[in-house]
Design a protein around this ligand. Sequence first.
Ligand SMILES: *Cc1c(COP(=O)(O)O)cnc(C)c1O
Length: 406
Amino acid sequence: MILSDSTGLKNKAHATKLVGAGRRREWTGAVVNPPVWRASTHLYVSTKDLAEGPRRNEDGRFFYGRRGAPTQWALCDALTEIEPGAAGTVLYPSGVAAIAGVLLTLLRPGDVLLMTDNAYDPSRAMGRGLLHDLGVETRFFDPLDMSAYEALFCQKTRAVLLEAPGSLSMEVCDVPALARIAREKGAVSVLDNTWAGPLGFAALDKGVDISLMALTKHVGGHSDLMMGCASAGPELYAKLRQRAQQLGTVVSPDDASLALRGLRTLNLRLGQETASALAIAEWLSRRPEIAQVLCPMLPGSTGHEFWKRDFTGGCGLFSFTFKGGDGASRNRFIDALELFGIGYSWGGYESLALPIEPSHYRTCMAWPPRGGDPQDCHGVRLSIGLEDPNDLIADIEQALARMQGS
Ligand SMILES: *Cc1c(COP(=O)(O)O)cnc(C)c1O
């Protein structure tokens, strides 16, 4: 019988795990999904019971609303289930809140954080703002330059923030090697694993200490939810959990329920998106208007060999640059798209397009990447959704024609 506890899922495939994960009978009762437990107050049966409350501050025990209730616990359980090597998962009200919660757990005044130069821009802003104000210094590194990275460590380096592939420019780095060096130097490695998620990259298994992601993206999957999470082994999980409690971090049971719903179809959506994105990336790479297609699944893209070696899946998010042209022609292309929305975020069921200028968000990495022609600096990021890929290609083709005014 499924349910009860999820240990029976341990050696099962992703698709099977995603169906059973987090569905404990004591949380779901006789229905399939855990109900939305709206709760601030948890009631105790006696003052004796109450007196034991704070002492039994464990996962899956009723205490007070800030520690969650079965809807959130079921989501944590499910996320832990799909992250090999995780002892537990902490939820945060957004992906950025997860990054903040993790870094505020690890760093003290005087510490140095090494951050990959192609990190998500709000992570960079956190280094320059929040962490700087707290007396933590952030140093950026090129994750493709191992010797420069290794040389950057000092006595005060406490943590390393990685992201693979990098935001916007999509380079895949050698995460296991970068994490191993961090460990040798006595620093904690953190991976923003939003792109692949645990189904596509088993971060802890590959030597990363803390794996975080924006559930807003693929787990939510329907563009109607903001949430983040971080998973780790026993020691770091306990620290993350304690710091989240000190910060008063909570997520609503309604949102946890939506995230659980998204999780059930995650494997299917990722598989379809990956196949569609690769087909579109291949088509784009043959077009004369396009300079570079920056897609980890596409042979020849930067770090494709690491993607092939370390990843078990992809997703629908990739970028490309135009040959020459200017910002206005690039924007004409995006405005001419009919099936792509224009907006931030990604990983929803619907396709999106976004103009990108990564040079604004880089300290030491070049844009355009890989020695691309400096003229070819106008980029677009696509988030491929669940539409038919041939319709998306036809849409891109007509937008390319309209960009050129034909
Ligand atoms: C979107 C995103 C985040 C932040 O998630 P929010 O839920 O929007 O705060 C973090 N990392 C990456 C790589 C992202 O794309």
